[in-house]
Design a protein around this ligand. Structure first.
Ligand SMILES: C[S@@+](CC[C@H](N)C(=O)[O-])C[C@H]1O[C@@H](n2cnc3c(N)ncnc32)[C@H](O)[C@@H]1O
Length: 311
């Protein structure tokens, strides 16, 4: 739609026209993008993220799963991407206190790990980001059996931050083993002495804050993309590290899982995808979700009370 005629067109057309005009503007600002599609609060770019990111304003958060160690086949035209360059650019684009969730795993070289995940984490630190947390995604399926190693059933979710994270809305949904009982115990000090823990005598609540390893299932993400991230990974990190109306970038958008979670959680989203076929999948998923967002936008959880932990 190129023009808007209020008499002839309804509200739906008005939104289409606004989206269309914004896409035109973004395309002018970013000639490196082959296509720009705007759907409500989502700006979607088809192109190479190393080029497209240069044209972007700073963002509050990045939630992404890059094509790590060529573990998946992204089509015959795909010849790899410099993930160190991507991390450098992300470090320039993260606002103060912004967080980047970097979900990766190592490929196997001669039966052992490549080590690229750790190299990337160290590179992020060299770029001035903090390695705020090394979180673990425990998968419900394991990779091919190895004859000389235990089966690999995890990936990393590195949390890089630009300074101290400005937002932390921890998820309090871990059932407390000692719920209903009274808190007691001691904590060993660096000099070897023991001290009574704070909160002694309080009743332990039913749920405590999650640990930094998450067991996630990936059968809730039906797309034809070869490597979609579990929906709950995107959803739970966005809830944790951002508030409503903040902007989240996924430079390796794939089928658009981060974007779908942003729509449901009332966040703004910027997605970049190189492959036109995957880009179309993301556009369709995000469009479908925008037509049927959750009835109420979810609000941040209250801050946790440390005594809830059953350590
Ligand atoms: C692991 S997948 C991301 C999956 C995504 N999180 C999802 O849930 O569908 C990585 C994606 O990065 C894309 N990609 C690879 N190089 C890229 C580049 N230079 N710029 C943008 N996207 C790229 C691939 O085509 C692939 O779809």
């Amino acid at each position: 739609m190129n023009t808007y005629d209020a008499k002839a067109n309804g509200v739906g057309c008005y939104h289409d026209w606004i989206n269309h005009e914004r896409a035109k503007l973004l395309q002018e600002r970013c000639p490196a993008a082959k296509r720009v599609v705007v759907i409500g609060n989502c700006d979607l770019y088809e192109g190479d993220c190393l080029e497209v990111m240069k044209a972007l304003e700073p963002v509050d958060c990045v939630v992404t799963s890059p094509p790590y160690d060529d573990l998946r086949d992204y089509g015959s035209d795909y010849d790899g991407v410099d993930l160190f360059a991507a991390i450098s650019t992300i470090s320039d684009k993260l606002s103060d206190g912004g967080v980047c969730v970097w979900n990766v795993a190592d490929g196997t070289i001669n039966g052992s790990e490549s080590g690229t995940s750790f190299k990337q984490a160290l590179h992020a630190m060299d770029c001035g980001l903090r390695l705020h947390d090394t979180m673990i995604y425990i998968k419900d399926n394991v990779n091919f059996p190895e004859s000389t190693r235990y089966f690999s059933g995890h990936e990393f979710m590195f949390i890089f931050s630009n300074g101290a994270p400005k937002t932390f809305n921890p998820l309090i949904d871990r059932p407390n083993k000692w719920a209903g009982t009274t808190m007691h115990g001691t904590d060993r000090q660096p000099n070897g002495s023991v001290k009574q823990i704070s909160g002694i005598g309080k009743t332990i609540k039913p749920y405590g804050m999650r640990f930094n390893w998450w067991r996630l299932t990936n059968n809730n993400n039906p797309t034809s993309h070869p490597a979609p991230m579990p929906y709950s990974m995107a959803h739970d990190h966005i809830k944790t590290w951002t508030n409503t109306q903040e902007t989240i970038l996924d430079p390796f958008m794939g089928s658009g899982t981060t974007g779908v979670a942003c729509v449901k959680l009332g966040r703004r989203f910027i997605g970049i995808e190189l492959d036109p076929g995957y880009f179309d999948i993301a556009v369709n998923r995000i469009r479908k979700t925008s037509y049927q967002p959750d009835l109420f936008v979810e609000q941040p959880e209250p801050k946790p009370v440390q005594e809830d932990l059953d350590l």
